[in-house]
Design a protein around this ligand. Structure first.
Ligand code: DX5
Ligand code: ZN
Length: 230
């Protein structure tokens, strides 16, 4: 299992299972893993926090048996503290919760850490960076949403990029900064230049004719954006 906290590689892709062909999910996951993906992003939706329902712990548990990737669960649910344990038991390595639903964010972070998983905190597009002031030093990852959560295939909201840069400045060497939503060949460079280092992409990987090639192309574009080489 790769150590998520490591700052190398500087750029990491996190393909989102949400856009896989679920009838052939195992094959889709294997293809990107063989192509070098180390993170699988798992979008869990409860139909309350977001207006959509996706999948839960049983599906993740099944996939856990056929993949060694780092399982990154993005919980778009109203009660992350209540359900975190079932996702860790299903094999998730990192649990991300939304700050918008957290009455006591520090308690949620501590609870997930006590389960032995890493912790991410996510901010919706208009949620300010200051909303995570009290826990930013405790989390392993910050996830900035670049679409309104709930659906794949939406248009990238570039207005979030200043927030990405603002948060990046406040993160330590072992914390990662993920961006999620509308990441594609036209948007990934701007997100990388703003400071994101971990890129979720669903449509732009799994809905392409050649998902491994699409993923590698995105990775190359992000790397070029931070090294100035194109
Ligand atoms: C949206 C999810 C995303 C989604 C991204 O609520 O959090 O992870 O899968 O999909 P694309 O890459 O298609 O925007
Ligand atoms: Zn997501």
């Amino acid at each position: 299992m790769p150590d998520f906290a490591l700052k190398t590689p500087a750029i990491r892709m996190a393909p989102s299972l949400l856009s896989v062909d679920f009838g052939n999910a195992e094959r889709g996951v294997a293809a990107i893993e063989e192509a070098g993906a180390t993170i699988l992003h798992l979008d869990v939706m409860d139909g309350h926090f977001v207006p959509n329902i996706s999948f839960g712990a049983p599906i993740i548990k099944s996939l856990r048996k056929c993949s060694k990737m780092y399982f990154d669960a993005h919980l778009m649910i109203e009660e992350p503290k209540k359900y975190a344990e079932s996702f860790v038991e299903a094999g998730c390595d990192l649990i991300t919760f939304h700050i918008e639903v957290a009455k006591d964010p520090a308690a949620i972070v501590d609870h997930i850490h006590s389960l032995g998983a890493s912790v991410g905190v996510s901010l919706n597009p208009t949620t300010p960076a200051s909303s995570i002031d009290t826990i930013i030093e405790k989390v392993d990852m910050v996830l900035v949403m670049s679409v309104w959560p709930g659906f794949g295939g939406q248009k990238f909201i570039a207005d979030v990029l200043p927030k990405v840069t603002e948060i990046k400045k406040r993160l330590g060497p072992h914390q990662r900064l993920q961006i999620d939503g509308g990441i594609d060949p036209n948007t990934i460079a701007s997100a990388a230049a703003a400071g994101a280092d971990t890129f979720v992409a669903g449509t732009a990987i799994f809905r392409q004719d050649d998902p491994p090639a699409a993923m590698k192309n995105l990775q190359n574009l992000a790397e070029a954006a931070i090294t100035g080489v194109s």
